[in-house]
Unconditional design. Structure first.
Length: 315
């Protein structure tokens, strides 16, 4: 991949800031509209730290996230991407859960004649923007981008072949989410796109028993697969489930994880430390990042997400 080619993701892609910087990944921001106005989520580390340090239910409890408009996306194409690149490969969040794919596609279509005019009048190289739907969210989205970067920069494969290979892996990605604040999700149920799996009865029961659901995201579908007693109980159950999959073999050498809060709050939890050591025994890397502001707004702060890829039946 040449210097005039880049990978771009929307800000919901839970990649560590260091990885984004090292591999020159462009981040397309998302609007967060809250009680005090609106701000942009573009995975800036300091902005994310401030968000989590100052997060309050009053401001963000009913906040909504919204992809950039076609006009906003056009500005980014013209001012940030067009001057630096000839080809931009965008990998987006699941298009069934967000309109990022649709907005970027519309902006590319609207600007196509202008790109061709620039080529004729300025003699510049053709500019192309390509889109790929990860059909995943949060850490699943991040895992696919990790694999795409690895094929391009480590295996030295062409971009087109690299995209075909992650396309073969896309259905192998299993994502998981542990919401930490069920009342937050309950209050936001009318804002969620298609996910109303927490009924009032289940909510009352889960709250009374201090249960946390473990939600699985696979092939664009969302299902509750288990519960754990408290957040750490659910996390322990999830990691035990993932260990079984690692033992029978993964198709990616990384487990991607994210946390909706300051990483200092979770990275040294004994169950997570032990899990990282377990992964090392099987030559599996672990990648932990802060959950995007957009993710935390939609599923609640202090939530946990994890993804791996396997071509085997789950055990």
């Amino acid at each position: 991949m040449t210097a005039r080619t880049c990978i771009a993701v929307d800000s919901t892609c839970d990649l560590p800031a260091k990885f984004i910087q090292q591999h020159n990944i462009e981040v397309l921001p998302i609007y967060i509209k809250h009680a005090k106005g609106q701000e942009l989520d573009y995975r800036d580390p300091q902005t994310m730290l401030n968000f989590y340090k100052n997060h309050s239910r009053d401001v963000y409890g009913l906040a909504q996230s919204d992809p950039l408009s076609v006009n906003d996306m056009t500005d980014i194409l013209k001012k940030r991407l067009l001057p630096k690149y000839d080809l931009v490969q965008v990998v987006t969040i699941n298009s069934k859960k967000s309109d990022v794919f649709k907005r970027v596609s519309e902006a590319a279509l609207v600007n196509e004649p202008k790109f061709r005019e620039l080529e004729r009048n300025e003699g510049r190289a053709p500019f192309r923007i390509r889109l790929y739907d990860s059909m995943s969210m949060f850490t699943g989205h991040a895992l696919l981008v990790y694999e795409l970067v690895k094929r391009i920069q480590v295996d030295n494969l062409p971009l087109n072949k690299s995209i075909r290979e992650i396309d073969n892996m896309r259905d192998q990605v299993y994502g998981y989410l542990i919401p930490n604040d069920l009342s937050y999700m309950r209050e936001r149920r009318h804002l969620r796109k298609g996910d109303n799996n927490i009924s009032w009865i289940n909510f009352k029961l889960a709250s009374a028993l201090n249960l946390r659901p473990i939600v699985q995201l696979h092939r664009g579908n969302t299902d509750k697969i288990d519960t754990g007693r408290g957040f750490l109980g659910a996390l322990e159950k999830l990691l035990a489930h993932v260990k079984k999959q690692i033992q029978q073999g993964l198709t990616s050498d990384v487990v991607a994880m994210s946390y909706g809060g300051l990483l200092e709050e979770i990275k040294d939890e004994p169950v997570l430390v032990e899990f990282r050591e377990f992964c090392k025994q099987y030559n599996i890397k672990t990648m932990l990042s802060m959950m995007s502001m957009t993710g935390a707004v939609n599923v609640g702060p202090k939530s946990f997400a994890l993804s791996f890829a396997t071509d085997k039946d789950l055990v």
